[in-house]
Design a protein around this ligand. Structure first.
Ligand SMILES: Cc1cc2nc3c(=O)[nH]c(=O)nc-3n(C[C@H](O)[C@H](O)[C@H](O)COP(=O)(O)OP(=O)(O)OC[C@H]3O[C@@H](n4cnc5c(N)ncnc54)[C@H](O)[C@@H]3O)c2cc1C
Length: 343
């Protein structure tokens, strides 16, 4: 925090400020805090990230019986706290990288850090229907890779017209008896090759020119109400799963004009996990529009923390004798044990 004369007292400065508390942010916190870096996690108001809105997570390694999303994220948080990471459940509202240490604002509160890791994730876009929200995690999903397995032998529908929708539909054919692909138009944005695969698949039925007007069911999805966008006529489609594949929006609004991003808003990295601003790193779904999994986000968080630590080291901000960078474990141990000449 800035002192009266505007200067920042060294003790107030964090080594690393992590923005976001999903798998990427918490994993970065585990690595940074365990490396003895003074670490703050600005968790955001929705602590825990996307997995907080799902039930069973069956593909995170180490939990052979599966684990509930919120329970998994509690464990992530507890592990980061164990190594001393500080947590503040507030949203970052501005990042100032014009001078060192960097400044992160949460409304009128200011936090200063020598390195920043952005792990603010991405939000799946939804249609905005009341029952779609109510039945999320109970038949309505934004991720076929995550939830497809639960629909073995069932009928499902996918809404969307881009490559993601095609990929989701094709993936779901591994499990579902029938996959209905619903699109508002009669032409698809998806690449020709993906369209061809979908059209040729015997398990996929394409429904052009339809909008989903409602999701039916009390405790699980029982069907959809489809509306013909040309005639306005409605019909009921009985399905037990509904996958919304109309895109994701990375949570990067506050970084516009500060960090380089692509046309959609995904942050760009230049060197490993470092963004165009040296000392600012990015991890997880905020940079990744391809894999979008908890385990890949966690892996990214690990990479970003190691990169941040090495970057700080290169700036002379970190005392190697006090840190335990797992990436240089042997080297650090040798130094600690007084064998630096052997490094
Ligand atoms: C319904 C659903 C089910 C899923 N199931 C699975 C599954 O079974 N297996 C699997 O591997 N993956 C699953 N996923 C995908 C997985 O959740 C994501 O890939 C993963 O959570 C991405 O992690 P992340 O840390 O990058 O971002 P997120 O989990 O999105 O976390 C981002 C964090 O940043 C915070 N944040 C955003 N803006 C700010 C700000 N301005 N200031 C401070 N904090 C901010 C948010 O509050 C949040 O805490 C599922 C996703 C969904 C939506």
């Amino acid at each position: 925090m800035a002192g009266e004369n505007g200067a920042t007292a060294a003790r107030d400065v964090y080594d690393v400020i992590i923005i976001g508390s999903g798998p990427a942010g918490y994993t970065a916190a585990v690595y940074a805090a365990r490396a003895n870096l003074r670490t703050l996690v600005l968790q955001g108001e929705e602590t825990g990230g996307q997995l907080m809105i799902t039930s069973d997570v069956e593909n995170y390694p180490g939990f052979e019986e599966g684990i509930l999303g919120p329970e998994l994220m509690e464990k992530f948080e507890a592990q980061a706290r164990r190594f001393g990471a500080e947590m503040v459940a507030r949203n970052a509202t501005r990042l100032d990288v014009s001078s060192q240490p960097f400044r992160v604002y949460s409304d009128n509160k200011e936090y200063t850090g020598r390195a920043i890791i952005v792990a603010t994730g991405a939000s799946a876009k939804w249609l905005g229907l009341e029952n779609e929200k109510r039945l999320q995690g109970r038949g309505v999903s934004g991720c076929a890779t995550c939830d497809g397995f639960f629909f073995r032998g069932k009928d499902v529908a996918v809404a969307g017209g881009g490559d993601t929708a095609m990929e989701e539909a094709l993936f779901l054919t591994k499990y579902a008896t029938r996959v209905h692909l619903l699109h508002r138009r009669d032409t698809f944005r998806a690449s020709k090759i993906m369209q061809q695969r979908v059209r040729q698949h015997e398990k996929i039925t394409i429904h052009p020119n339809v909008a989903v007007a409602d999701v039916l069911g009390e405790n699980g999805v029982e069907g959809l109400v489809l509306k013909d966008v040309r005639s306005g006529a409605t019909e009921r489609l009985p399905v037990q799963g509904f996958f919304v594949a109309i895109g994701h929006q990375p949570n990067t609004g506050i970084f516009k004009g500060v960090l380089e991003m692509d046309a959609v808003g995904y942050l760009k990295t230049t060197e490993y996990t470092m963004t165009n601003v040296p000392g600012v790193f990015a991890a997880g779904d905020v940079v990744d529009h391809r894999y979008r999994q908890a385990v890949t986000a966690a892996g990214d968080g690990c990479r970003a923390a190691i990169d941040a630590e090495r970057w700080l080291e290169a700036q002379g901000e970190v005392d190697l004798t006090k840190t335990m960078d797992p990436g240089e474990w042997g080297e650090a141990r040798t130094i600690l044990e007084g064998g630096a000449e052997n490094v």
